[in-house]
Design a protein around this ligand. Sequence first.
Ligand SMILES: Cc1cc2nc3c(=O)[nH]c(=O)nc-3n(C[C@H](O)[C@H](O)[C@H](O)COP(=O)(O)O)c2cc1C
Length: 192
Amino acid sequence: MLGRRSGSPIPRGGPRSDRARTHPVAVKLSPFFSSLPNMALCFQQAGAQGLVLFNRFYQPDFDLDLLEVVPRLELSRQQELLQPLTWVAILSGRVPLDYAVTGGVKTYLDVLKAMMAGARIVEVASLLLKQGPECVRPMLADMQSWMEEKSYESIAQMQGSMCQGHVSDPAAFERANYMRTLQSYLPLETRG
Ligand SMILES: Cc1cc2nc3c(=O)[nH]c(=O)nc-3n(C[C@H](O)[C@H](O)[C@H](O)COP(=O)(O)O)c2cc1C
């Protein structure tokens, strides 16, 4: 971030950079940090105003006939939303930053979920590449209808309403819940 050599530590509570104070800085994070809450805090203390969750790394494939590494661009799937959704829900009540969700946003319901997790911004790339910018208007209209049906007056009213601190089962976001999640698995043939 901002000219810092990779690998050098971010100062905790140190003086904020002048550039960060005058220009809002949002950092797009990798999902692979061992402690995302600690990283979020470090970025906040270093002067970032926002975090974008998450960077999506494009991984090349191997061509076994040519013995070459080949670039491969796969557009995202909706399932990918769950990772940023979980982390925004965990972080947004803890580290006061503006959060953006990116990865797997395909429908107006995905946008609403991101807002309820605590995001202020939703970024959409794959859907726009597939369907073109025309898909945005119906998404916004569907969001508005949904909000009217559920009597929400504004996005602000729902923002963070399903973050970890506000849901009835906060442990649902945590690894301690792993066994319960595994036990909830139903083999394909038994699903309704
Ligand atoms: C063709 C393409 C180009 C992209 N270029 C960038 C880029 O330059 N910088 C960046 O941070 N993310 C880039 N992204 C990632 C997107 O911003 C986004 O984070 C990612 O595609 C996940 O969102 P999606 O599920 O809506 O596609 C690119 C994505 C695509 C498909």
